[in-house]
Design a binder for this molecule. Structure first.
Ligand SMILES: Nc1ncnc2c1ncn2[C@@H]1O[C@H](COP(=O)(O)OP(=O)(O)OP(=O)(O)O)[C@@H](O)[C@H]1O
Ligand SMILES: NC(=O)c1ccc[n+]([C@@H]2O[C@H](CO)[C@@H](O)[C@H]2O)c1
Length: 290
């Protein structure tokens, strides 16, 4: 994304939702504009009520400005998001990617998110596939692409850790523009890492690094249809989907659920725009709450 680009303005709906939600802090900033009534209430003049209403409107406006101003600030360790003080004095937000079934639309969604989010880098799990001659052939006769052993997961975790250590250096070395003038992370900067892949939540050293975990899934028929239109660097041999890809997907999903990994499920049958809006708003809300 271009240097200095900001997170687009928060949709008004979001601000209102936030303002209405308990514990958002809005109640404190905006005293109730409702006239008091009932037993024990004080009878007040119209002018007094008008002054109170005007005060509440002004307080609401100040609160909104604070939220908008917060967008470019780092999460300072308060919220439901995990922050990374590790190795530096800076907090950062690490977002996992839509981990999903193959062809769930993860790349499509990720590409839109990384354009819209500030100081945002991405790590693709597919970049860590081992060379083809190191992929084992199973008893079923298929090369076992859809298992953790087909990936160099240690290298992947090292890459994520390099970002955690110094997101600005990481961004620069990967050609991502960061907030202008940042020679090193500043405490007011928010840095985001999106990690996208199909086997993220079955590898313990990675699971705990995420602040938010999305899981994008599509049903069997749609998945098979989309997969049949794809050309991977190593093309699928006949029968791979039913003989290996789908059974491995079910197995890994069950293992993830049995371990109680906390994920936000996304319906991959939704349109590209719906998915993008849902995830972007979700992330945006979390940033607002930092
Ligand atoms: N929301 C959507 N609705 C319909 N089709 C979609 C949607 N998102 C993506 N697609 C299409 O599905 C196919 C797979 O999308 P994409 O490459 O984003 O999936 P993926 O999960 O990254 O797959 P893989 O990891 O196997 O490469 C593409 O042809 C893409 O255009
Ligand atoms: N990217 C590759 O080299 C490659 C080779 C063979 C199969 N795949 C498939 O990619 C999907 C994950 O994105 C998995 O379902 C693999 O089967 C990828």
């Amino acid at each position: 994304m271009p240097a200095g680009a900001r997170v687009p303005p928060v949709p008004r709906r979001l601000l209102h939702l936030e303002a209405a939600s308990p514990g958002s802090g809005a109640e404190m900033a905006a005293p109730s504009a409702r006239p008091l009534s009932g037993a024990g209430s004080t009878v007040r003049s119209g002018a007094s009520r008008r002054r109170e209403r005007e005060g509440a409107v002004a307080a609401n406006r100040r609160q909104k400005l604070r939220w908008e101003g917060n967008l470019n600030r780092a999460p300072l360790g308060i919220l439901p998001l995990r922050v990374f003080p590790a190795g530096s004095r800076f907090s950062r937000l690490c977002l996992p990617s839509p981990r999903r079934v193959t062809n769930g639309g993860k790349t499509t969604l990720t590409n839109r998110l990384i354009k819209a989010l500030p100081n945002c880098c991405v790590v693709h799990q597919d970049d860590f596939f081992k060379p083809q001659d190191q992929i084992e052939v199973g008893e079923d006769g298929f090369k076992q692409w859809d298992v953790l052993d087909s990936l160099d997961m240690e290298a992947m975790v090292s890459t994520v850790r390099a970002w955690i250590e110094n997101p600005v250096k990481f961004a620069r070395s990967h050609g991502v523009n960061v907030t202008p003038g940042s020679k090193e992370p500043a405490s007011k900067d928010t840095h985001i890492l999106v990690i996208e892949g199909f086997l993220l939540y079955n590898y313990k050293p990675l699971i705990d690094l995420f602040d938010i975990r999305y899981y994008l899934a599509v049903p069997y028929d749609e998945c098979k249809r989309r997969r049949s239109t794809r050309n991977y660097t190593v093309p699928d041999p006949p029968g791979l989907f039913d003989g290996h890809v789908w059974p491995m997907y079910l197995k890994h999903r069950k293992a993830m659920e049995d371990c109680g990994v906390d994920v936000v499920y996304l319906d991959g049958l939704k349109s590209r725009d719906e998915l993008y809006n849902q995830v972007f708003e979700d992330i945006h809300n979390k940033l607002l709450n930092c």
